[in-house]
Ligand binder design. Structure first.
Ligand SMILES: [Zn+2]
Length: 63
């Protein structure tokens, strides 16, 4: 994951495969801060972002 770097907390994002229903888990550092920045213009402080990644696993390039 290409996330903003810095002293930020970690957000766990579950990627959900719609092909095989596999649910994995990735930890994304700085995601909460990025969301906080995004919400700042509307005077909203993000506390607990809930994010899901829906898609399909790419078996060819899976680590
Ligand atoms: Zn899959």
């Amino acid at each position: 994951m290409a996330c903003e770097q810095g002293p930020a907390s970690e957000t766990v994002v579950p990627p959900i495969c719609q092909g095989c229903s596999l649910i994995d888990e990735v930890v994304c550092e700085g995601l909460d801060r990025a969301l906080d920045n995004a919400a700042a213009p509307v005077d909203f402080a993000a506390r607990k972002p809930a994010i899901e990644l829906e898609g399909e696993c790419t078996s060819g390039s899976r680590r």
